[in-house]
Design a binder for this molecule. Structure first.
Ligand SMILES: *Cc1c(COP(=O)(O)O)cnc(C)c1O
Length: 462
């Protein structure tokens, strides 16, 4: 294998810099103990390279910053809202847009509108906030993703695909009338940033039509998914990212969006749909939880930046550099012999913590321990995606033990350089060489909801 050093050279240049604080290993050791071995609880000041998430931490363009100055901060009917709404319709196909403060605001409203107590919501793997809002609205989430998604060694090119047989089996078991909608994420975060194919989405669409079930799109990473379709799926090589994004959206009935990811802004989101009765209900609820239906928790300037971010996010040059940087880091780690999830995802590289720390049982949270060790080594902040994130069963109170016990190295958009990626890879290699010294962890504090955000840990001794 050779490194494709030039494949992703950035289609932009740096206009402003943010100096970073350099820390020593003993400072970092003290900081991680203080943070209860949870990288979410580290002050960002103490972080050198922040790969915690790609959410809201991307760099905006000069055009977006210029747009911030054109904010119309009227309470009602802001000009920026109409511009954002028009961009959603032009690029994403959906007729109606309801702004929300971020993705989970949209999930809350949509779940309340569509879900009745005792319903089932199938999806191509869960996402933390999405599943929680479905559960709070009375539904049970059912994973219908293909088996390959759960196998970190599988090279299957579309690990975000739905196994239609699983969907069929669920409908047989509970009745299609208990399924208000199928929830499809593009570029499935929890599977490692893995795409769904257009062909599979068309099959899901057909199944939904045949069973009178709606199709909802978690479109947080739709542009990254479109890139993989362009690269891997027959018939799409000559289509633009913009065209593929539109086609994906157009196959679905409604969408929730965290614009803090693909859409290149620091805050915001929306709910979008084609059905006017769902829109009417969403307008009723958004005033309860978010704000008026023409701002929904967003400032006018933020809606302006989002409208511009949407147009930038579907540029072929942008997305090939974005995913190319992730591939650069992933390929470098592979060449060093680090076990990672295959194929390399669209927004992140996922380390297989079970393979790196075979001496730590899963109920001692190997991925959490590995994330903490990586911070101490070089100040690189990453996060756990394994048993801690998976939480506990609503029924039994037992810890879920997901097949994937991963550490996620997530790249913010347009923020770091290739040299930063080299530092990260070298740190992972160093930590792997000292893996046997890393200890498992146990909770000292466990929050009730989404425990990975604020949970605290200490090492298991002995
Ligand atoms: C981030 C994310 C969300 C939630 O969005 P927020 O803006 O963080 O509330 C939902 N789904 C997926 C796939 C995400 O990555």
């Amino acid at each position: 294998m050779t490194l494709q050093n030039r494949s992703w050279a950035e289609p932009y240049k740096i206009k402003m810099v943010e100096p970073l604080k350099m820390t020593t290993e003993s400072e970092r050791q003290a900081a991680i103990v203080e943070a209860g071995y949870n990288t979410f609880l580290l002050p960002s000041e103490d972080v050198y390279i922040d790969l915690l998430t790609d959410s809201g931490c991307g760099a905006m363009s000069d055009r977006q910053w210029a747009g911030m100055m054109a904010g119309d901060e009227a309470y009602a009917g802001s000009a920026n809202f109409y511009k954002m709404r028009d961009a959603v319709e032009e690029y994403y196909s959906y007729k109606y847009t309801v702004p929300t403060h971020q993705g989970r605001g949209a999930e809350n409203i949509l779940s309340q509108i569509l879900i009745a107590d005792g319903n089932y919501v199938p999806g191509n793997m869960y996402f933390t906030t999405t599943r929680l809002h479905q559960e709070l609205a009375g539904a049970t989430f059912v994973d219908v993703i293909v088996d390959e998604a759960h196998d970190p060694a599988s090279d299957y090119p579309f690990k975000g695909n739905v196994d239609i047989a699983k969907l069929e089996a669920l409908a047989k078991e509970v009745g299609a009338d208990k399924i208000p909608y199928v929830c499809i994420a593009t570029c499935v975060n929890m599977a490692g940033g893995q795409p769904i194919s257009m062909a599979n989405l068309k099959e899901v669409r057909a199944w939904c039509d045949a069973n009178n079930v709606l199709l909802v799109h978690d479109m947080t990473r739709v542009a990254e998914n479109a890139f993989f379709i362009q690269q891997r799926e027959d018939g799409y090589r000559d289509k633009s990212i913009r065209e593929i994004v539109y086609e994906l959206c157009d196959l679905t009935d409604a969408a929730t969006m965290s614009s803090k990811k693909d859409a290149l802004v620091n805050i915001g989101g929306f709910l979008a749909m084609n059905d006017d009765s769902i829109y009417e209900k969403a307008c009723n609820l958004v005033v309860v939880y978010e704000g008026l239906h023409t701002y929904g928790g967003m400032a006018g300037r933020d809606m302006e930046a989002l409208a511009i971010g949407i147009t930038e996010s579907v540029q072929d040059d942008h997305i090939s550099a974005r995913v190319g940087q992730v591939e650069y880091l992933g390929n470098k780690l592979k060449m060093m012999g680090v076990p990672i999830v295959n194929p390399i995802g669209g927004h992140a590289v996922f380390l297989d913590a079970r393979a790196i720390l075979p001496h730590i049982p899963q109920d001692q949270f190997p991925a959490q321990a590995l994330a903490a060790a990586l911070y101490v080594d070089a100040g690189v902040r990453v996060m756990e995606r394994g048993a801690v994130s998976a939480g506990r069963s609503k029924e039994t109170g037992e810890n879920f033990m997901p097949k994937l016990e991963l550490v996620r190295l997530t790249l913010p958009r347009r923020v770091y350089t290739q040299a930063h990626m080299d530092v990260v890879a070298e740190s992972v290699e160093r930590v792997m060489k000292q893996a046997s010294e890393i200890k498992g962890l146990k909770f000292t504090y466990e929050p009730e909801y989404l425990r990975f955000f604020r949970g605290k840990f200490e090492p298991v001794e002995g």
